[in-house]
Design a protein around this ligand. Sequence first.
Ligand SMILES: Nc1ncnc2c1ncn2[C@@H]1O[C@H](COP(=O)(O)OP(=O)(O)OP(=O)(O)O)[C@@H](O)[C@H]1O
Ligand SMILES: CC(=O)N[C@H]1[C@@H]2OC[C@@H](O2)[C@@H](O)[C@@H]1O[C@H](C)C(=O)O
Length: 394
Amino acid sequence: MLVIGLMSGTSVDGIDAALVEISEQDEQKLNVKVVNFINTPYSKKMREKILECSDPVTGSVDKICRLNFELGELFAQAAKEAVELKNLNMQDVNLIGSHGQTIYHYVSDDFISTLQIGEASVIAERTQVTTVSNFRARDIAAGGQGAPLVPYVDYILFKSDDYNRVMQNIGGIGNFTYIPKKSKLEDIKGTDTGPGNMLIDGVVQILTNGEQSYDKDGKISEKGKISETLLADLMAHPFIKKEPPKTTGREVFGLKYAKEIINKGKSMKLDDEDIVATVTAFTAKSIVYAYLRFIGINIDQVIISGGGSYNPTLVSMIIYYAKKMIGEKVTVVVMEELGFSSDAKEAVAFAVLAYQTYKGRKNNVPQITGAKRFVTLGEVAPVDKNKNVDKTPF
Ligand SMILES: Nc1ncnc2c1ncn2[C@@H]1O[C@H](COP(=O)(O)OP(=O)(O)OP(=O)(O)O)[C@@H](O)[C@H]1O
Ligand SMILES: CC(=O)N[C@H]1[C@@H]2OC[C@@H](O2)[C@@H](O)[C@@H]1O[C@H](C)C(=O)O
């Protein structure tokens, strides 16, 4: 069955669309072949609009209301391009899974809510393909934090008989899935680890007055020297100390925190490169620290995906901390080394989650999100056509 996964992450850099062919042996043994993957960057104006709507000070109901429909159009466009560039027809596609754009993720001790926008009805109408969206809400309704959701897919795609694996995604936020060898779904662990690229992007953006939006190929951090004093201060952040289930986002590691770090760095007379290097080290160390605390040292392999895998300074710092804190035996590789695109993983994941929803299966991982039970995630914008839907439960 042909499924499209659509993802736009917390980095707000653009829309990822993956066209995948899914077949199955059983519920937990899926064969997933990536037919096409495209990334459509947001225009500068669209990125600004999304960031404006994500900030309680600058966002407003009218702007968010409009943006929900505008993003629906952009997601539909991305889905169409992923199909047309392969000379296929939208009619050949059975299903779309759309994560949407996270605008706000609110987690406090007494209330949890989250908002992903990009109207699924618009996607279904423009593409004439049944579209599953709003995956996180059901997990929250069942007592969870609605994230991370990719661990379910990591388990299905990357479980191994031979290795205790950590699947580490480094998008705007970092998050891992730990899959012990020969494990059951109930045995896996996972959590958000803290900042992924978000803080690096934030400090680079501020220090270059908006000329650069990220530390391309880690060139800035490569030149800097890590301040151990500032690093220790950053590692004392309350999110890093917290026990899982825990999730985070731009609300905690956004531009406001990046500005605070720069001010601290400047007061310590650090150069710009040193500040970027220290924030990169914070990202790497908080990731490995989460393994040590929440998994222990029984790890053979760490497989890195997401945009952070393209930052060699960040990856080499993760290797350094992993060897030091977990042990010399651990190998750290980037996803591409397994023949799988680092960029495509999350979009593929939402295609797989939508597929399982379409089959009426439960697809959250309660011990990771904190939900009280297994549930079927998502809401469906159905398309009334018989030509390509085999026994749809909707
Ligand atoms: N060549 C590169 N050098 C350094 N960093 C890079 C490079 N390419 C991508 N990145 C980083 O990756 C980020 C985008 O990552 P990705 O697309 O995985 O995030 P996302 O999907 O928005 O996040 P999330 O997983 O949090 O939802 C960019 O903002 C940038 O910081
Ligand atoms: C609320 C939200 O959008 N959370 C994202 C974010 O980006 C990474 C991390 O924080 C993860 O928890 C989640 O996304 C991935 C796709 C997930 O649910 O697994």
